[in-house]
Design a protein around this ligand. Structure first.
Ligand SMILES: *[C@@H]1O[C@H](CO)[C@@H](O)[C@H](O)[C@H]1NC(C)=O
Ligand SMILES: *[C@@H]1O[C@H](CO)[C@@H](O)[C@H](O)[C@H]1NC(C)=O
Ligand SMILES: *[C@@H]1O[C@H](CO)[C@@H](O)[C@H](O)[C@H]1NC(C)=O
Ligand SMILES: *[C@@H]1O[C@H](CO)[C@@H](O)[C@H](O)[C@H]1NC(C)=O
Ligand SMILES: *[C@@H]1O[C@H](CO)[C@@H](O)[C@H](O)[C@H]1NC(C)=O
Ligand SMILES: *[C@@H]1O[C@H](CO)[C@@H](O)[C@H](O)[C@H]1NC(C)=O
Length: 832
């Protein structure tokens, strides 16, 4: 017998690590009011009244109630109940504090003079009032709460309400949630004010209201590692015809940092609703919309949306917008970037919003204006709606607990006072030191928030470790990188690793501990751009991540160093691939168009995305980098400034930017708008087409300035005479025409006459489409393209004087000579 037992144990031990399912550290399942164990979905609910069970039950004047005539279909778990005629409680000791699931099973019956449907009671979990004057209906009901427990025990109190009230419960579950099930960063608070970050979500008590497997079938606790039930979405769809269910046969490609099976099971990520393209031609219904009934009147809810791109055949085809209660909640959601550039890899995004007066939360997805006409689609795989339980009743905390707190308080208090004295002393010392180093102090005052973006919750997990590929070493505030790590990454700033110089300082190539290649920008003490740029860059970059924007990996501000660490972009600046000694294999026209489209997308995100209204201010071919697949990434936000406020139309600021790319209007009037970026982008477009620098002082006077020169040819309708010789005969007439017109419009003298970057993006995609369609020379419908602009004679800023460094001289690209430098030179020469 003993050996048999041993063998079984051994087998069990072998099995446990193999099973990928989640095992909670604390896992209490109680069959309340029963002497027996009951099994539900392969889980054993233990009696709450036997020896081991009763250790949970305290203040026991409760009654075990047994239904002698249960309905044949009713599970044995619901044949018994524990009834509380007076206040009673359960206490659970926890091996791990933190976020827990607490579930109550209610299934009223009549027995021994009790009619459980007439119960009236409140429930407190860890001092939080989660159910108030609660009266379960007649059917079975599961109530689920998710909350953070701070201590190593959890108390659940049942408190009868009213004269004849009593409490009851049939079964209970208390178990540890997976790590990071609810996280504090990246949640988007959505409302009439727009989208802002919602902090400290994990400190809220959540009550599950809806859990939906969109486009799929019901998922039972059997198939869910947290024993949840997910129901189909059909009943919630507003226009059924707008949606079409999709099912994938492949298991999801779970990525480190993304969603996990515990966030939602395979079944949820393997099904979705997509746009029913046959029907949705009716423009007014170009939305898939679900209405979820919730508590009315501005009650705050968490909306967790699950996504996995199971509809696209390739990456970067799917861009869609998410609306919650009619408010834009996530614009231009790019599932490829969000999901680590892997198809069918699950992610989720958390939103917090208030219910409307009718008690509805309305969720819509619709194709973004960024999606190409072929890729127009929008999807949703799963949705969870949870109420943020308003914790109001605090006087009910048990007196015992209060005493405890008092006792602990006085002990802790003494220690705290001691610590405070020490802290004050240290602070005084530090302040004295800091007075000598005011710079460092200023850096510490930067309103620092960890990298997150787009507010994607999976992304926050990503940014807090895995994406930076260093969960342990850099921890939750993963962006701060120790100076020592940067030293070793760059071989102590080895000069042979320098890949660029700029106003800010040197740029080194480096490899972090975890083999992540990075570009390390080290600010020189007293560097020209200096501290304000460093702070701007951190503040802005911390808010932004996009496939077409170079992302910040971390920063360092130790030893009065100012260091920014970026992702390393393999193929370097676009400029290097266009002309000069660095150019190896010329880029094809299609590649160039795709690069311009990518850069326009990045810029469009800056102008209109989550971080809304950022003007880059220094768009040029050296600030557009190419990765190993020639995907364009816009770099160097060091000169960025937040865009205009609502009541202002421009930002007035000192002239910055690079010569040859500078908006003439900005130059004259010192007024900066997003249209200044559009101008610079127009110069880049001609640079890409003509493969020559924006400014080349060695050329004849009329050719020095590319914008001026190319515009002249464009207006003559003879642009093909000045294109990159390599491209001659390779561009279709219609594509070139569209491209030339687009660039021309970008270079309109007045900002108001220039298109938005979104329109530029659209036109570039059109140019690409024209290049790719077979019918050469076919006239195209221009109605949806840019409004024709009457371009008057363009006044280009004064040609450069000869002492300006030639644009092509500096090959590094991470930062070029900035206009501040140029202008100071100009002013010096002109002043004479
Ligand atoms: C209930 O299950 C527990 C643990 O699985 C076990 O120790 C106990 O003996 C069982 N009790 C009954 C009455 O079967
Ligand atoms: C919660 O658990 C952590 C880690 O075990 C421990 O350090 C902390 O003191 C606990 N908090 C409380 C309030 O018990
Ligand atoms: C439950 O008790 C509360 C508190 O006394 C009372 O206000 C409420 O009306 C009762 N509810 C029902 C349905 O009896
Ligand atoms: C978030 O929680 C932390 C820790 O409890 C607290 O210090 C901070 O003030 C909270 N922030 C907000 C915005 O509630
Ligand atoms: C759920 O699990 C059961 C048992 O493992 C399996 O037979 C069934 O097909 C699963 N259901 C779904 C929808 O995957
Ligand atoms: C989609 O729905 C949102 C909000 O319900 C609305 O603002 C938007 O205009 C709709 N989009 C389309 C294309 O109908």
């Amino acid at each position: 017998m003993e050996t048999q037992k041993l063998i079984i144990h051994f087998i069990l031990l072998l099995l446990i690590p193999c099973s990928s399912s989640f095992t909670p550290i604390d896992n209490y399942l109680l069959n309340c009011g029963s002497q027996n164990n009951a099994s539900l979905f392969n889980r054993i609910f233990m009696s709450d009244s036997t020896n081991q069970g009763s250790t949970f039950l305290s203040a026991d004047k409760s009654i075990s109630l047994i239904n002698r005539n249960p309905h044949a279909d009713l599970h044995t778990l619901y044949h018994t109940a524990r009834v509380f005629p007076s206040t009673g409680s359960y206490k659970f000791s926890l091996r791990k504090n933190g976020t827990h699931f607490v579930r109550f099973h209610f299934s009223p019956f009549k027995a021994q003079g009790f009619d459980l449907t007439s119960a009236n009671f409140s429930v407190l979990v860890d001092g939080n009032l989660v159910l108030t004057n609660f009266k379960p209906g007649s059917g079975a009901l599961l109530k689920e709460f998710i909350l953070k427990v701070g201590s190593n025990f959890l108390e659940i109190v049942f408190r009868p309400e009213g004269n004849l009230g009593f409490g009851f419960v049939n079964a209970m579950e208390v178990f540890t949630a997976p790590d990071d099930f609810v996280i504090d960063y990246g949640t988007r608070l959505v409302g009439p004010f727009g989208v802002v970050e919602y902090k400290n979500l994990s400190y809220q008590v959540l009550e599950t209201i809806h859990r939906i497997n969109v486009g799929g079938v019901k998922v039972t606790p059997f198939n869910d590692s947290l024993w949840r039930t997910w129901i189909p979405d059909e009943g919630f769809l507003v226009f059924k015809d707008a949606a079409k269910p999709v099912v994938s046969t492949h298991t999801p490609n779970y990525q480190k940092g993304g969603a996990t099976r515990e966030i939602a099971p395979d079944n949820v990520y393997m099904t979705a609703q997509e746009m029913n393209k046959d029907r949705s031609i009716i423009a007014s219904q170009f939305n898939i919309t679900w209405d979820f009934p919730v508590a009315p009147g501005g009650v705050r809810h968490l909306v967790r949306l699950h996504f996995s791109d199971i509809v696209s055949r390739a990456l970067s085809l799917l861009y869609f917008d998410v609306y919650i209660n009619g408010y834009s909640a996530y614009k231009d959601l790019d599932l490829s970037s969000l999901a680590f550039h892997v198809l069918a890899s699950p992610v989720y995004v958390d939103f917090v919003t208030d219910s409307d007066d009718l008690g509805v939360i309305r969720i819509s997805v619709s194709p973004s204006e960024l999606s190409s006409s072929r890729g127009m689609n929008a999807i949703l795989n799963g949705a969870e709606v949870m109420k943020l339980v308003n914790v109001v009743d605090s006087h009910v905390v048990h007196r015992k607990k209060r005493l405890w707190v008092l006792l602990v308080g006085s002990i802790v208090g003494g220690v705290v006072i001691l610590l405070l004295v020490i802290a004050a002393f240290l602070l005084a010392l530090k302040c004295r030191k800091k007075k000598k180093k005011p710079k460092q102090r200023a850096v510490e005052n930067v309103g620092w928030t960890p990298l997150r973006f787009y507010g994607g919750s999976s992304l926050s997990r990503l940014s807090e470790g895995t994406a930076l590929n260093s969960p342990g070493s850099y921890g939750y505030f993963g962006l701060r990188i120790p100076f020592a790590d940067i030293q070793s990454a760059t071989n102590n700033f080895d000069r042979s690793l320098i890949i660029g110089t700029g106003g800010f300082g040197m740029v080194y190539k480096g490899v972090l501990k975890d083999n992540v290649k990075v570009a390390v920008k080290r600010g020189m003490p007293g560097s020209r751009q200096g501290l304000p740029e460093f702070q701007t860059e951190i503040t802005i970059l911390s808010k932004i991540r996009h496939r077409h924007l170079v992302s910040l990996v971390g920063y360092c501000e130790e030893n009065s160093e100012m260091i920014l660490v970026y992702e390393y972009v393999e193929k370097g600046p676009l400029k290097k691939h266009l002309y000069g000694s660095g150019r190896n294999e010329p880029l094809s026209w299609k590649q160039r168009l795709e690069i311009c489209i990518g850069a326009a997308r990045g810029l469009h995100y800056l102008h209109t995305g989550f971080a809304r209204g950022i003007i880059h201010r220094d768009i040029k071919s050296t600030n557009i980098l190419l990765d190993e697949n020639h995907v364009a990434k816009v770099a160097d936000f060091g000169l960025s400034r937040s865009g205009p406020c609502i009541d202002e139309t421009h930002v007035s600021t000192g002239v910055k930017g690079s010569f040859g790319y500078l908006d003439p209007e900005y130059f004259r009037r010192q007024q900066l708008t997003d249209k200044s970026d559009v101008y610079s982008f127009g110069v880049v477009l001609f640079e890409v087409l003509c493969a020559r620098p924006a400014v080349d002082p060695q050329l004849d006077r009329e050719q020095v300035n590319l914008a001026e020169w190319a515009l002249a040819w464009q207006k003559k309708g003879m642009l093909e005479h000045i294109i990159d010789p390599y491209l001659v005969g390779k561009i279709k007439q219609s594509s070139l025409k569209k491209f030339g017109e687009t660039a021309e419009k970008c270079l309109a003298e007045y900002g108001v006459d220039r298109p938005t970057i979104g329109a530029v993006l659209w036109n570039l995609e059109y140019a690409l489409q024209l290049q790719e369609t077979d019918q050469e020379g076919e006239s195209y419908d221009d109605s949806s393209a840019l409004e024709p602009v009457n371009v008057t004679t363009t006044i280009i800023p004064e040609g450069p004087s000869c002492n300006i460094r030639r644009e092509g001289d500096n090959d590094n690209g991470y930062s070029d000579m900035s206009a501040t430098e140029v202008f100071s030179q100009l002013m010096n020469t002109e002043g004479r």
